[in-house]
Ligand binder design. Structure first.
Ligand code: DP6
Length: 345
């Protein structure tokens, strides 16, 4: 007999970035972070989890290729979810014993991994929720975020739609390092993101390794983590509550710039932005100068691709200008040179 459950999880793009771990094995961060979850129909991972007494080993297929499941991150997720299932089985003897069976996970992204987007966020969020559904766990998204975080830090934010914070917590065991909803997407539904694929080449320094190097060597880093980010978290939550796009935009751009400044201050330095990224920053500055207020906000993760947030009513002034600037039709770029895609927030 095979038991099976399917789910999807969306991509999220942080506007206050997670960068730095105080505990690398539990993925406990040195600062809280906040993201906007992108629309499921645009960018998401679809995952089916199944288990059966006939499976010989745990397995994971991503976009058709087998992945290693022996890594500590995947193992941590499997272990935590199995232990919750086993508690259920102990409390109700009529339940099938799924916790001892091997798992088979089949995942598909509806966006090219080559686009350099944070696929691990949607990937681990979908994996955790699919297994939680398979096991019929009653855990809330916040409880599941504790598990997804151990797969990839940013994944804990993809268990919610809309505006999501990951509160860093202070407990050594990570029990209070969890994601919570700041506001549902219906609170401020007209937010949009345009993604500029400045390079689809695989990034040079992974986030996991880059943030470790920054924590170990940057002298600017602790000011960012201890002073600037806590202030911005408060102001960002307030901007979202008030739907104040100009405030949201300035905080987003400052936090992206500050994060990349700590990368440049890492020794030896890490550079994620390229000439196309910097050109995109200039285009956003020009758009905002022409409008006389901030109607567009750029942000960059650990790579050169820009995500530009704006409101639907400014579609022409923002996405229109970007499309003209790039001279490309809407759609994903699979090679260098900057194609764009508009997605709903
Ligand atoms: C720049 O979540 O990929 O995108 O926890 O090591 O898997 P690990 O790192 P990851 O880091 C994401 C870093 C970021 C900022 C963010 O998403 O908050």
């Amino acid at each position: 007999e095979i038991y099976r459950a399917s789910t999807t999880a969306p991509v999220n793009i942080a506007v206050i970035k997670y960068w730095g771990k105080r505990d690398p094995s539990l993925n406990l961060p040195t600062n809280s972070s906040l993201s906007v979850t992108l629309s499921q129909s645009d960018l998401r991972t679809h995952t089916t989890a199944s288990c059966s007494p006939t499976y010989n080993s745990d397995s994971l297929l991503l976009n058709g290729s087998p992945q290693d499941t022996s890594g500590s991150r995947t193992q941590a997720c499997f272990r935590e979810l199995r232990s919750l299932r086993s508690e259920l089985e102990k409390s109700d003897a009529s339940l099938p014993k799924l916790s001892t069976q091997k798992l088979k996970i089949v995942s598909e992204n509806n966006f090219p991994t080559a686009a350099g987007l944070a696929s691990s966020a949607a990937g681990f969020a979908a994996l955790v929720r699919a297994i939680a559904d398979l096991y019929q766990l009653t855990a809330t998204p916040t409880e599941l975020s504790r598990i997804a975080r151990q797969g990839s830090g940013s994944a804990c934010r993809s268990l919610f739609g809309g505006y999501v914070s990951w509160e860093m917590g202070s407990a050594a065991d990570g029990s209070d390092s969890l994601a919570t909803e700041v506001a549902p997407s219906s609170h401020w539904p007209n937010i949009r993101a345009i993604i500029l694929v400045a390079s689809s080449a695989k990034k040079g320094v992974s986030s996991t390794s880059g943030m470790q190097q920054t924590v170990a060597t940057s002298e600017l880093f602790s000011h960012r983590a201890k002073v600037l980010v806590p202030e911005r978290m408060t102001k960002m939550k307030d901007a979202i509550k008030r739907k104040d796009f100009a405030a949201f935009a300035e905080l987003t751009m400052r936090d992206s710039n500050g994060f990349h400044a700590t990368c440049a201050d890492t020794y030896p330095p890490i550079f994620y932005l390229n000439d196309t990224s910097r050109a995109a920053i200039r285009v956003v500055e020009n758009i905002n100068a022409a409008a006389g207020r901030s109607i567009a906000a750029y942000t960059f993760d650990a790579g050169p691709n820009a995500v530009v947030y704006y409101l639907a009513e400014d579609e022409g002034a923002v996405a229109g200008v970007f499309k003209g600037f790039l001279g490309e039709k809407e759609g994903w770029g699979s090679e260098r040179g900057g194609k764009v895609k508009v997605v709903e927030g």
